[in-house]
Design a binder for this molecule. Structure first.
Ligand SMILES: [Mg+2]
Length: 391
């Protein structure tokens, strides 16, 4: 069974509310959508979320990269999952610029890979999670979970709105909650207020989105300590990441890398320089399902923790892919994603796989990614960027 053509789109997903953090704010997410058609007519869908401040990609840049990519490499015959895994490992996107961290194109790579996995999964009648036992590199982190629990998040807002948002998290029964920091002048009081509303039981972690100069990180974290925070995500700019090794000696709160963790190159650099305790792995940012498995296994081997994160504005395609990953990977410290109905005004996919009360969500056992893309939703939300024949 071969791939005969791809279709590319820019997907414009309006958000229910503005999402604000230290690096940016947005009302809409523009994602890359790839449709992959097999010779029997089966179509699979993949999605990536290009964010220029993470991997350097823009949505338009991702389309230009796809237009420049050699499609003949997708023409091989795939009879089983091993062939598909081999294809996903082997394909390479056009090189558009110097890429020392091996991350430019990761969002596009994720979209292409997921479209292949979805298409062949549907063809084989098997869910995408079925590949995890077949990926040798994933051996240290394999598991099989029927249910997972997602985190809630409090983004930066006016104090009253923040209290309401934290109250919702508590009532909704989340175990974990992420709080965006790095915007307010008095972060200590803010965290204290949020902790009071959330109660003692919920595990709070904070994400600074690169807001703090590295020589101020310790003094910025100290006021947050009374709120009992479980970890601090990406306190400083990637350019200053090496300074975090010193921060870790001075403060007893685990540090998680996000913007500084996009590839195996980044992972190895972090391990060598002792800059973190945890990785924030996100499928789009890290180049897809397989490369994210590699990163989790790498963290595990080196005694680091990891979470599966998401980009706000992912459609049900990336939510489903995240679910397959999360129910197949052991020891995920925190889990983000599947916010679909809570975050998006309009849905691209069905059935609805938004997490339930308490952030609870079930394993998906339907073929492929297990969600269908509604053709009418494509018309409403997606801007066609061409059809690409695999000759
Ligand atoms: Mg982050």
């Amino acid at each position: 069974m071969r791939v005969v053509r791809f279709r590319a789109y820019l997907l414009h997903l309006p958000l229910r509310k503005e999402i604000k953090h230290a690096s940016t704010s947005r009302h809409e997410s523009t994602n890359v959508l790839i449709g992959c058609e097999l010779e029997d007519g089966t179509v699979g869908w993949g999605e990536g979320v290009p964010r220029s401040y993470v991997t350097g990609e823009t949505p338009e840049g991702a389309i230009a990269q796809w237009q420049a990519t050699d499609l003949a490499q997708f023409g091989c015959d795939c009879q089983n999952w091993s062939d598909v895994i081999k294809l996903c490992r082997a394909f390479s996107l056009a090189q558009m610029q110097d890429d020392p961290r091996d991350c430019y194109g990761n969002a596009l790579r994720c979209a292409v890979e997921l479209s292949l996995l979805d298409a062949f999964g549907k063809r084989f009648g098997e869910p995408v999670n079925r590949i995890v036992p077949l990926v040798a590199e994933a051996e240290p982190v394999r598991t099989h979970l029927e249910e997972v629990r997602y985190s809630g998040a409090v983004t930066a807002e006016k104090p009253f709105k923040e209290v309401i948002s934290a109250l919702k998290m508590r009532i909704y029964g989340f175990q974990h909650c992420k709080v965006k920091v790095g915007i307010s002048a008095n972060e200590g009081d803010r965290l204290k207020r949020i902790r009071q509303v959330l109660g003692k039981r919920i595990v709070i972690r904070v994400d600074a989105n690169e807001a703090w100069p590295v020589d101020q990180v310790v003094s910025r974290i100290e006021p947050l300590l009374p709120a009992n925070i479980a970890c601090v995500e990406q306190p400083s700019l990637h350019e200053e990441v090496e300074g975090l090794a010193e921060v870790r000696k001075q403060i007893d709160v685990p540090i998680m890398l996000d913007e500084s963790l996009t590839s195996m190159f980044d992972a190895n650099a972090a391990i060598q320089a002792h800059t973190c305790d945890l990785f924030n792995i996100r499928l789009s940012k890290c180049g897809g399902f397989l490369r994210s498995l590699d990163l989790a296994a790498c963290a595990q081997r080196h005694g680091l923790g990891y979470q599966l994160g998401c980009h706000p504005g992912e459609s049900g395609i990336l939510s489903a892919a995240g679910r397959h990953w999360a129910t197949s990977v052991a020891d995920i410290r925190f889990l983000e994603g599947s916010y679909d109905r809570h975050l998006l005004k309009d849905q691209l996919t069905s059935p609805d796989i938004t997490f339930q009360y308490g952030g609870r969500a079930r394993r998906i056992d339907r073929p492929g990614l297990g969600v269908s893309v509604d053709p009418r939703a494509i018309e409403r939300l997606a801007e066609p960027q061409g059809t690409y024949e695999v000759s």
